[in-house]
Unconditional design. Structure first.
Length: 304
């Protein structure tokens, strides 16, 4: 039983470390994405690369990591809950519902994503508010201050959970498709070309795992497909989370209103998909690092 208890803890740590590594790698791109998605007035005339260059000039290099502290505090439990819940849901769905193969991966991935989001949502809210601030116009002094302000000024808990709906609606296809694509690519790869793509796991020679670079590639493809499907909902979530900070917040109270408003104001390419190219650049290494770190941590902590 002791081994099984620690299995939870080890799996928690593996997921948490995987999430933190992935997010720190791409934190500057994350900050720029938030500034672009919600048309921050300091940077709204700029594109992706010009914003990446403009932020350090205006706010110093650490400006690229603004909001990263709140992100780390959120992403450790988020990554941990997501990977752990994924394994648990997979077992439950297989046992209780008798569903296996790709479908149970899709279902478990979606449920795990939603569980993780609900548990850590207020931290995401705070992170976005901090990342949207530009030097010299600080409304929030730090993580705890932002929490207090949103809680007291914007209606308590419902203020901290504003924008949860598009997040959950977007999360299901996003998490589902990324786990589904990754799992499918992994099983096809290992079945078709085990010698070329696979190698025995370090902690269990009977289990074949993908070679690191193949893992990175599969994780990247999984991230890209999942992103494209759920991106407009990501833009919607960010706008709703920024709520009171944006001038047009009263037009963006519900998910449908926000989607309509962004579409009418800015169209598809410059509105619903604004910052998508950046998201690919951000998401592919992020997903790749996450899945690869998780697979390595699994071997390191003997989880296979």
């Amino acid at each position: 039983a002791a081994r099984r208890d620690f299995y939870w803890l080890r799996s928690f740590i593996a997921g948490g470390v995987a999430g933190c590594c992935a997010k720190t790698t791409t934190a500057p791109l994350d900050r720029v994405k938030i500034l672009l998605q919600a048309h921050n007035h300091h940077y709204k005339h700029l594109g992706v690369f010009s914003t990446l260059c403009a932020v350090p000039k205006k706010e110093g290099y650490l400006g690229l990591y603004k909001g990263n502290g709140a992100m780390m505090i959120r992403i450790f439990p988020y990554g941990a809950i997501q990977f752990m819940a994924f394994d648990q849901y997979k077992k439950v769905i297989k046992k209780q519902l008798g569903i296996s193969g790709h479908v149970h991966r899709l279902m478990a991935g979606s449920m795990a994503g939603i569980t993780a989001v609900i548990c850590t949502y207020p931290l995401d809210m705070v992170r976005v508010r901090l990342a949207f601030q530009v030097k010299g116009e600080h409304k929030y002094m730090g993580i705890i201050h932002a929490f207090k302000m949103i809680y007291t000024k914007e209606g308590g808990f419902s203020g901290l959970y504003r924008g949860l709906m598009p997040t959950v609606v977007g999360m299901a296809p996003y998490a589902g498709f990324s786990f589904f694509t990754f799992g499918t690519l992994k099983s096809i790869g290992l079945a078709q070309a085990p010698n070329l793509l696979g190698r025995p796991s370090l902690d269990n020679p009977d289990v074949l795992v993908l070679k690191t670079h193949v893992n990175l590639l599969c994780g990247g493809i999984a991230g890209a497909i999942a992103q494209t499907i759920s991106y407009p909902l990501d833009v919607t979530r960010r706008r709703m989370q920024l709520g009171a900070v944006l001038p047009d917040s009263e037009k963006c109270l519900t998910m449908v209103q926000t989607l309509k408003y962004v579409y009418q104001q800015h169209g598809i390419r410059r509105g619903l998909y604004r910052g998508l190219s950046l998201n690919y650049i951000r998401c592919i290494p992020s997903q790749a690092v996450a899945f690869t770190t998780y697979e390595l941590m699994k071997q390191f902590l003997h989880l296979n």
